[in-house]
Design a binder for this molecule. Structure first.
Ligand SMILES: [Zn+2]
Length: 136
């Protein structure tokens, strides 16, 4: 089953990941009535932001407050892997703050294209989830 992420939203993720290809970007995707509608980038304050992400706590709280106020729900958590791969790391799975959310990973390429993949974490493992690709 495809999640039906709008192309404009995937394009925003592409632009964010390609804007700083040397550090992981991260954020939340909000849904309304189960349909993903927008993404909110959150500053990555990890000590080694090329290898990890750690959402700036106040921005994260503000983003969740905005979700609630607008009657939206959390659809996905996303972050990029500047050096690949398009699969979650062991750390991603271990430290997932919202294990029930869809997890999206964006890998930026030098030519401006990206690979975007989605997973759900179950019992300490990453299970692939299908999404519409930007090329489709
Ligand atoms: Zn990761």
């Amino acid at each position: 089953m495809k999640s039906g992420i709008p192309a404009s939203l995937l394009e925003q993720l592409r632009q964010q990941a390609c804007a700083t290809p040397e550090v992981e970007i991260c954020g939340l995707i909000a849904a309304r009535d189960g349909q993903p509608v927008r993404c909110m980038q959150i500053r990555n304050i990890a000590e080694r932001p090329r290898q990890h992400f750690n959402m700036e706590p106040r921005e994260q709280i503000a983003a969740f407050r905005q979700l609630r106020e607008q009657g939206e729900e959390l659809f996905a958590i996303y972050h990029s892997h500047p050096d690949g791969p398009a699969t979650p790391s062991a750390t991603d799975i271990r430290e997932a703050g919202y294990p029930d959310a869809l997890q999206m990973i964006i890998v930026p390429h030098q030519d401006g294209r990206v690979d975007i993949s989605a997973y759900r974490f179950r019992d300490g493992r990453a299970v692939p989830a299908e999404i519409d690709s930007p090329d489709s």
